[in-house]
Design a protein around this ligand. Structure first.
Ligand SMILES: [Zn+2]
Ligand SMILES: [Zn+2]
Length: 180
């Protein structure tokens, strides 16, 4: 990324070698505060903030995170890019030594990469239907104008083509009934 506001996702790779060396029960808290982290081509987290607690247990490192971030999603009615707050409450074990069948593992080198976990959790936490505002008027189905910016010039009695098909269908049925 050439944009200087982006923080390289490698900041989410944390050296936990010191925790692995300590006994079970040892823990460490980290504060995250990043303006923008790109997690893959299709997802960026803005203002990623909060606390990550890393605890050494007998199976590896338990990650407990209480984070908040915002993502940009399209309004489902008018397609305007909309900031959406996404809270991330995470509890996940990173096994150590690494296990092939574990969802997440600490790398042999002692690094723990939070990026894939945060990506997965953020995608799960993103709402399905986002509105830019509760009373978004959406786009005109005829001309595509964003009706939040004002009415378009389409005739007010224009009927959505999907309803027009239904109406014609009903007309046919009525006609048939009359013929019987
Ligand atoms: Zn909208
Ligand atoms: Zn229109």
């Amino acid at each position: 990324m050439t944009n200087s506001h982006y923080v390289n996702r490698r900041v989410l790779r944390i050296n936990v070698g010191f925790l692995l060396a300590e006994g079970v029960g040892y823990q460490r808290e980290l504060e995250l505060d990043y303006p923008r982290v790109q997690l893959g081509d299709d997802l960026e987290l803005d203002n990623l903030r909060g606390t990550v607690r890393l605890s050494r247990n007998s199976r590896g490192i338990l990650v407990q995170a209480d984070l908040e971030t915002t993502v940009i999603m399209e309004c489902s009615r008018c397609l305007t890019p909309t900031l959406v707050p996404v809270p991330l409450e995470i509890e996940e074990l990173f096994t150590y030594p690494p296990l092939d069948d574990a969802a997440y593992s600490v790398e042999e080198t002692g690094f723990l990469d939070l990026a894939p976990l945060l990506r997965e959790e953020a995608i799960l936490a993103m709402p399905m239907g986002v509105l830019c505002r509760p009373d978004c008027l959406g786009l005109c189905s005829e001309c595509g104008q964003n009706l939040n910016e004002g009415p378009c010039n389409c005739e007010p009695d224009d009927i959505d083509p999907r309803f027009a098909i239904l109406r014609d269908h009903l007309d046919d049925e009525e006609t048939n009934t009359h013929h019987e």
